[in-house]
Ligand binder design. Sequence first.
Ligand code: NAP
Length: 276
Amino acid sequence: MILEGKKYAELINNETKEILKELNEKSIYPCLAVVVVGNDHASAVYVRNKKRVLDNLGISNMDVVLPENISKEELEKKLNELSNNKVVTSILLQLPLPEHLKEDTNEIMSHICSEKDVDGFTAENIGNLDLYKNVIAPCTPAGIIKMLKYENVEIDGKHVVIVGRSNIVGKPLAKLFLRENATVTICHSYTKDLRKFTSDADILIAAVGKANFITADMVKEDSIVIDVGINRVNGKLVGDVDFEHVKEKVEMITPVPGGVGKITTAMLAYNVVRYI
Ligand code: NAP
């Protein structure tokens, strides 16, 4: 079974519409500030896709475009202003930041007030994810769990193997799967004998950023494979999973493009209305 992102994005969007309607009836109008620093091409494409979904759902959003050479202090000041702006209910800081700011990303993030941190990337929200159930979770991990729930996939007691330990995908996803009572293994570039782990996974998540990295011999028969990776090869988007071969062996698999990416974008809109 191919897990088409479009189907789950629509289901998430329906939930978002319902919540938005309830908010509007109470005269509450969510508004997302989208902060973009510089003019990175890939970021521009992601932002355009995000804004298209928000516009289609009727969620107000504003662009905050800042120059590539902005200083750390100026950017932090802008984020403080947006945090104090009563019209703005959520803030998204598009990552990655330009090279001179990259190292300070976490510190810069901390200037977004946690209630408006739509991506769940601030230290407080990362901690909250450990402590509480109903909190902002990063869009990609939260969307993956939602997709599995829509499909009534049993997660309890399953061995979930996540390849990748980033702060935006691997680590928060591990927390969410733990909450669902899975047994979770996180692998990374220092993992010895990766195949030993991946081939034991009931649910395998690839979040590596290397084209066709997970091959058919690395997956278990009838397992579920979720491909988070987005890689550009000869102008074409491909995932971290060798889709054509792996799909023959497993029970469920997400495609790239048209899989997790679409779900992530829908989850952003959901987070804008859900945590207001
Ligand atoms: P990241 O921060 O670059 O992390 C990559 C992870 O992969 C790291 O933990 C790294 O290990 C691990 N890794 C690298 N080589 C490995 C190897 N040979 N064996 C095992 N693990 C290895 O990436 P990210 O931000 O999580 O993103 C991962 C991919 O997902 C990228 O392609 C990104 O574009 C995509 N993405 C997609 C969405 C979506 O909406 N679909 C959202 C976010 C990200 P170390 O920690 O040891 O370096």
